[in-house]
Design a protein around this ligand. Structure first.
Ligand code: PMV
Length: 321
């Protein structure tokens, strides 16, 4: 059995929109960080007694069309795997499909695990290319540390390992734990097809990617923060202008955005970002953590949160059974 553990990839500068050619080729470049402590754990084994793959997701037997088509794509792409049938048992230690990038860690684990279980020797770049076909952000989650996934690219690459910025902390505040109403795939397409602001978003994001990469290289949160903010705000601007609009935000999301501004006014270096869901991710350095946690407990006692640092990337184990 192959066991893979991966971490979600949180974009500091966002991928939102697909190029018109190719499978999940991004129209905007993204810069991301892997989140330690949040994990997808996936066990994969070959099955001989059935012609049909079996899937257990978060403890329930499921038939997930996105995973089915990924498995078919995998068998088609690698002739050595053509006749293989898989049992997949995958679970997250954080809410699934709630805007915490579970598809990034999920498809990264699947790509790595399927390759290993099939006896294929794929390098990280090929694993990234493969994971991308499941979900764009998964191309980044095959690496730890900080990653870049440029516009038009087929694969992501690692910019820095996790040891580059050990002081960086990410607090994921859970505004709502249920699944999101519209998945990122459909929401991206709706934005691309109907939003008058989509083109402006694509143009802006090219500059943001370059400056974010530099700020990460310099470990400069005061430089990175405003770039992150522009990226997620402009991304949501393009969603708000879609027809019908895509609205992931909830009242507590807005309250947390205001609270982050309030913390900055008080001199704390803390910046927020959001993805395809209502959760708010707060990014700060270690010394700010006690104060932020204390304020979250007082001001948002009804919300849970997870604290993460920069993750070191996937772990793969082969077990005989
Ligand atoms: O990889 P997908 O299809 O789940 O899209 C990810 C979209 C965002 O999380 C909003 C941004 C990103 O770059 O991760």
């Amino acid at each position: 059995m192959t066991h893979v553990q991966t971490e979600p990839s949180l974009a500091l500068v966002k991928y939102w929109g697909k190029a018109e050619t190719g499978l999940n080729i991004p129209a905007t470049g993204s810069i991301a960080v892997s989140l330690s402590g949040l994990n997808t754990s996936t066990d994969i084994r070959l099955i001989q007694d059935s012609k049909q793959d079996r899937m257990i997701l978060n403890g329930e037997v499921r038939n997930d069309p996105k995973i089915n088509s990924f498995l078919d794509y995998f068998r088609q792409r690698y002739p050595q795997a053509k006749k293989l049938v898989f049992e997949i048992n995958s679970s997250n230690n954080f809410p699934t499909s709630a805007g915490i990038a579970s598809s990034s860690s999920g498809f990264a684990a699947l790509a790595i695990g399927l390759a290993r279980a099939s006896g294929l020797q794929l390098d990280n770049s090929e694993l990234s290319r493969l994971a991308r076909c499941g979900s764009g952000s998964a191309s980044r989650a095959v690496f730890g540390g900080f990653t870049s996934f440029p516009a038009g690219a087929e694969a992501a690459s690692q910019l820095f390992g996790h040891e580059h910025w050990p002081d960086l902390q990410i607090i994921v505040v859970m505004v709502h734990t249920g699944s999101k109403p519209v998945g990122s795939r459909d929401a991206m397409e709706l934005t691309r097809k109907t939003s008058d602001y989509y083109q402006a978003w694509i143009e802006l994001s090219a500059d943001l990617q370059i400056s974010a990469e530099q700020a990460v290289a310099e470990r400069d949160l005061s430089k990175l923060g405003p770039i992150m903010r522009r990226s997620y705000m402009a991304m949501f601007g393009s969603m708000f202008a879609a027809d019908p609009p895509v609205l992931y935000w909830l009242p507590d999301s807005v309250a947390l955005i205001h609270q982050a501004a309030e913390w900055r006014r008080k001199g704390l270096e803390i910046w927020e970002t959001m993805d395809a869901g209502p959760q708010v991710k707060l990014i700060c350095t270690r010394k700010e953590l006690p104060r932020i946690e204390a304020d979250l407990k007082t001001l948002f006692p009804h919300l849970n949160y997870f604290c993460a640092s920069v993750g070191s990337g996937p772990i793969v184990r082969q077990e005989d059974y």
